[in-house]
Write a protein that binds this ligand. Structure first.
Ligand SMILES: NC(=O)c1ccc[n+]([C@@H]2O[C@H](COP(=O)([O-])OP(=O)(O)OC[C@H]3O[C@@H](n4cnc5c(N)ncnc54)[C@H](OP(=O)(O)O)[C@@H]3O)[C@@H](O)[C@H]2O)c1
Length: 238
């Protein structure tokens, strides 16, 4: 498969290594200094584009791929207010688009486990529930986007909790998310249900950013030849 990498930072480089090791050919590498390469004459030679750039540039880059008839896998976060527009463009122009805020296959499976456990705990009010996320000290946002997704899944089922707070719990109706910043943790997420009798805990621990990169390559392999708007749930058949 011929791949165009749009964004060649930490994720772009990790994806390059994994895609090449799997026998794919990276035919285009675009960063801030080589944006002039983001034209149809170059893009249309790719079977798929993988976009990991910045919130300010992702929208424009995705439209460039659509104009060039290239399916696009996008992992850039922070621009999702424009996602409905992108979906509309994709459908109108019969293109292919796949976005995920977390491409790790393990995290996507963990999301499903979290939903299942929350559904079981909905009718067990003797359990309190709280969360913890641990990341490296360079991480600027807290709680992590993955923690927010996990919290929203819990809140959708466990209605005795009405919202999340990024602090130790003060009110029983709040879902507490405790954020810790410890090097070199690439990302650990834990959900604990606790009662007077016992605790039930589920944890996902990332060992490196390779999980995000290899998930993006799997998504690109899956997207080739399709049209429509997809997520990792489609790729993993969850
Ligand atoms: N979905 C997931 O699983 C997942 C996982 C990790 C990260 N992310 C997200 O992915 C994005 C990138 O993360 P990262 O860690 O790779 O960031 P990064 O190391 O800062 O890399 C960003 C890259 O985008 C390039 N870039 C900036 N503007 C561009 C433009 N207009 N056209 C083409 N390239 C442009 C930068 O070029 P220069 O090097 O020249 O500045 C750089 O190569 C972030 O939004 C992050 O939150 C998602």
């Amino acid at each position: 498969m011929k791949i165009a990498l749009i964004g060649y930072g930490k994720m772009g480089k990790a994806i390059d290594a994994i895609a090449t090791a799997k026998g794919h050919e990276v035919i285009l590498r675009v960063d801030l200094n080589s944006q002039h390469l983001l034209e149809k004459e170059h893009l249309e030679k790719a079977d798929v584009a993988i976009e990991f750039t910045t919130p300010e540039t992702a929208y424009h880059n995705i439209l460039k791929c659509f104009e060039s008839n290239v399916p696009v896998v996008c992992g850039t976060t922070g621009w999702l207010d424009k996602l409905p527009e992108i979906k509309e463009h994709c459908e109108q122009q019969h293109q292919a688009f796949l976005h995920a805020t977390n491409f790790s296959i393990g995290v996507n499976i963990f999301f499903e486990v979290n939903k299942k456990l929350a559904a079981l705990m909905a009718s067990q009010p003797q359990y309190d529930v709280w969360m913890e996320e641990i990341h490296h000290t360079q991480k600027k946002d807290a709680p992590s986007g993955t923690a927010i997704t996990l919290a929203e899944q819990v809140l959708a089922a466990v209605t005795r909790k009405t919202g999340w707070v990024n602090a130790e719990n003060q009110q029983p109706e709040n879902l507490s998310i405790i954020s810790k910043r410890i090097d070199p943790a690439p990302g650990t997420h834990t959900i604990t249900y606790t009662s007077a009798i016992d605790d039930i805990t589920i944890t996902h621990t990332a060992h490196s950013r390779e999980g995000f990169a290899s998930g993006a390559v799997v998504a690109a392999e899956w997207l080739k030849g399709k049209t429509g708007v997809f997520t990792m749930r489609d790729v993993l058949n969850l």
